[in-house]
Design a protein around this ligand. Structure first.
Ligand code: ANZ
Ligand code: ZN
Length: 817
């Protein structure tokens, strides 16, 4: 063993060993417990950033720890390879996105290897490969036949800068998530996945995910947004047309003074036929964005259509307005406005001079002042004909029943969740496997013609999709009638690819099926690790896909990820590290200077995984010094020559004490890593042990034997975190096998027994001293030792001792007058 720690040399050595021995190749083995550990795959942007390093270090530590527990671990890696940046780079530098992506992947794979992550590279996949996306195209055509995908013309969020449609989730405060440009609305024919058909199950199954952070489950619940309400049927005066609204407060029905419809609602248009002012108002509403977040703050505006609705119970006429706060995609696209009991309606009524009619009174009898604001609480019904006197809860049911009996409504559950629009007017994505035939309409590409391969030799000019300019791509014949037809030139939202990659890792080489029995073997993922920014969309879509694949007969589990860890951000000077802020630290520089082990150790030591991590140069230095220190410690020990075997019956008190510390550390670190996931405290415990080992003066053969055990333990406990240095130290300590194949150390319960124990002594509840007594000492011995302690004596001198309380193994409390 060399005297100096040379990270570069030993890291290359360890990595070569793993490579040559296929250490991370995972093979299905029914005899062993499997552990599927997955970190969210990266977008191949060109270089790893610190967030990646943190994410993948956490995953790797967990994987290696589980492996040392004897589990059959699979830890795959791949590339989320479709997406906008490749197109932007292509426009800027003239490189085709496929080439740009492939080059980035090669570079980043190399970086990952240098960090020593134990990925099974034989399972590597890139989502831009036809072997991958063909199965997503296949599933899409299956779902089409099941009615779970459909096409509809819908208003979409349009980013004029990126020239693409954005999902609602990609609109942040009315702006594009990617380029921050203000978002507009447009009507475009889109493909949708019917995620709403799974809303109930997606919501209910959240309760089963008890190893997910509660915060993430709450965000998903919120996103799905289940509400129980009533569908109420008004009729339009004159035409007798039905006008449905959805309300969660049917108890307020008798207080309706207006019905408001969305700008896209058919009634809005019929009202506008001879009303140019209304038409232009509708137009104006349509052009603003759909983002719901902006709805809250937006000025509420409306216009009378001139039409009147007839109240389903009272028969009274109320005006029908078009209002900008009514969303077409929610409920029925129409609301019954109750100004007295809904603040938004109240503001609207004040602005347009609509009556405010109280129908709910607080049940404590308090007066409400409706000239100030709406009363939005529940209570007792007033001015509500036969329903007066009922509580809100009673009225909910009574009104629902009344309406149902009259054929004018029914109870209904509504979800905030919308169907998932998956069409993107982009080039670099998986082609949507549909052929548009002038005679037959949309026809799915037959299974035997899949995949629809995306042409990779393209020039991008930034204006629209190049696929639209490639007749060799879009010109085709209709699979149904054989006539001339055109391929869909839109591509899938890249969330499609990331929704099922975790499953494909189980069988990436299968060219005959999307998944096979190996997926049943490995799934669900035991541990998933990634950023909290994916708490809603990615995780919801992946859960949805899992259920789709299950219902296709490909899987038999209900959920994809059993345990979820959302890692915190990497900060510098309190701000998120990002290119735009110019405060990034390049992992590559860190690795070159200190080595991968230092980078990994720093990442894991600086903070618990869920919290944000503040970058500190001093912390990196500290991690590096610690590694040099353990190297030196092992070197000194090994240089002293032979070590006799351990003879537990021959140990002296110091040697027993050292062993006790060693085994206490095993217990603590096992709990910290295995259960609590507080890797930072685990490392702190090993550092403490290292101090104890350095201070230990070896003056006998058994001393050396205990020291050997201590150093081996230190190496094993650190092995998941700093796998390279421990690989070399393990062999230096005389082991033939590699530490990667060594089992996790076991606690020797006997070693934990103390010969003597320390107790604190209190006088009237205040700490006054400590005593050391034999482990099995009886009460009397403990009492008299406590009373004899010199500092304690000062506090009891001259005062009568009333009582001595002994809590064995912990403390003695002396009560004095
Ligand atoms: C009358 C009413 C009275 C309402 C009252 C609330 C309070 P959640 O809980 O989110 O499901 N609403 C229904 N459809 C809408 C649409 N397309 N656009 C905008 N708002 C719509 O919200 C349900 C409530 O949101 C419904 O209950 C309706 O207003 C409104 F004192 O009906 B409520
Ligand atoms: Zn046809």
């Amino acid at each position: 063993m060399e005297e100096q720690y040379h990270s570069e040399k030993i890291e290359a050595l360890a990595q070569r060993y793993w490579e040559e021995h296929g250490s991370f190749r995972a093979v299905e083995d029914p005899a062993r417990e499997k552990f599927y550990c997955l970190s969210m795959f990266p977008y191949p942007s060109g270089r790893l950033h610190m967030g990646h390093v943190r994410n993948y270090t956490i995953g790797d530590v967990i994987s290696r720890y589980q492996r040392m527990q004897g589990k059959n671990v699979m830890q795959p890696m791949g590339w989320d390879a479709f997406g906008l940046p490749a197109e932007n780079a292509a426009i800027k530098h003239g490189v085709p996105p496929a080439r740009w992506t492939a080059e980035n992947i090669d570079y980043m794979r190399d970086q990952l290897k240098r960090l020593g992550f134990g990925f099974d590279w034989s399972r590597e996949l890139a989502t831009c490969k036809p072997e991958y996306y063909r199965w997503e195209q296949w599933l899409f055509t299956r779902l089409y036949k099941k009615g779970l995908v459909y096409k509809k013309t819908a208003p979409v969020n349009w980013c004029p800068n990126d020239k693409t449609v954005l999902a609602n989730e990609q609109v942040i405060e009315g702006r594009c998530w990617r380029c921050d440009h203000e978002v507009e609305r447009r009507e475009i024919a889109q493909w949708f996945m019917k995620i709403t058909a799974y809303a109930e199950e997606l919501l209910a199954d959240l309760d089963k995910l008890d190893e997910w952070p509660e915060q993430v489950r709450a965000m998903q619940r919120n996103w799905i947004g289940r509400s129980e309400g009533v569908e109420v049927h008004f009729t339009v005066k004159g035409s007798g047309e039905l006008l449905k609204v959805f309300t969660t407060r049917p108890d307020t029905l008798m207080g309706v003074t207006c019905v408001a419809v969305a700008a896209e609602h058919p009634l809005a248009l019929s009202g506008a036929v001879n009303n140019p002012r209304l038409l232009s108002f509708i137009d104006e509403c349509k052009h603003r964005q759909t983002a719901e977040a902006a709805m809250e703050t937006m000025e509420k505006r409306g216009m009378d259509t001139g039409l009147r609705a007839i109240h389903p119970i009272s028969g009274m006429e109320v005006p029908i307005y078009v209002a900008n706060f009514v969303l077409m995609g929610y409920g029925e696209g129409a609301v019954m406005a109750v100004p007295a009991h809904d603040q938004r309606d109240w503001e609207f009524a004040r602005k347009y001079g609509l009556p405010i009619k109280q129908v709910i009174a607080p049940d404590n009898g308090e007066e409400v002042d409706l000239s100030v604001q709406a009363y939005t609480g529940k209570g007792v019904l007033v001015h509500s004909a036969d329903f007066s006197g009922m509580t809100s809860a009673q009225a909910f049911d009574a009104i629902a029943e009344y309406l149902a009996a009259e054929g004018k409504g029914c109870k209904r559950v509504n979800y905030r969740l919308r169907d998932w629009g998956v069409s993107r007017q982009r080039y670099w994505g998986a082609p949507i496997p549909i052929i548009n035939c002038p005679g037959c309409g949309a026809v799915p590409v037959p299974e035997e013609h899949l995949p629809v391969v995306l042409p990779e030799q393209v020039r991008l000019d930034g204006i629209g999709s190049p696929l639209k300019k490639m007749p060799e791509f879009y010109r085709t014949s209709c699979p149904q009638c054989g006539g001339e037809a055109q391929r869909e030139t839109d591509t899938f939202d890249t969330f499609m690819e990331s929704s099922w990659y975790y499953a494909r890792y189980c069988c990436p080489d299968n060219d005959r099926a999307m998944l096979d029995e190996r997926a049943r073997h490995w799934l669900p993922v035991d541990q998933y690790i990634g950023g909290i920014e994916h708490a809603i969309l990615h995780l919801l879509y992946a859960r949805f896909y899992h259920k789709l694949m299950r219902d296709e007969g490909l899987l038999d589990s209900d959920e994809p990820f059993t345990r979820l860890l959302t890692q915190g951000m990497v900060l510098k000077d309190g701000a998120k590290m990002s290119k735009s802020k110019g405060n990034t630290v390049d992992p590559e520089a860190l690795i070159s200077r200190y080595g991968a082990d230092t980078a990994r150790l720093f990442m894991m030591f600086a903070a618990p995984p869920e919290q944000s991590l503040e970058w500190q140069d001093a912390g990196v230095e500290g991690a590096f010094r610690f590694l040099k220190r353990i190297w030196r410690l092992v070197h000194e020990h090994v240089a002293a020559g032979e070590v006799p075997s351990l003879d537990l019956s021959a140990l002296n008190a110091e040697e027993k004490e050292l062993r006790r510390r060693v085994h206490e550390t095993i217990a603590k670190v096992s709990d910290d890593i295995g259960r609590r996931y507080t890797f930072n405290t685990a490392i702190a415990a090993v550092m403490e042990l290292t101090n104890v080992l350095s201070r230990f003066r070896v003056d006998s053969g058994q001393g050396r034997a205990v020291m050997q055990e201590g150093l081996e333990t230190m190496v094993l406990l650190l092995a998941p975190i700093v796998p390279h240095i421990t690989h070399v130290l393990w062999q230096a300590l005389g082991h033939r096998g590699a530490v990667i194949d060594a089992p996790w150390p076991k606690v020797d319960e006997n070693a934990l027994q103390r010969d003597s124990q320390q107790l604190v002594v209190q006088v009237n509840g205040k700490l006054r001293g400590r005593i050391e007594v034999a482990a099995g000492a009886d009460r009397k011995t403990v009492e008299s030792a406590a009373l004899r302690e010199s500092n304690v004596q000062r506090f009891i001198e001259g005062k009568g001792v009333m009582k001595v309380i002994v809590i064995p193994g912990r403390l003695v409390n002396i009560v004095v007058k």
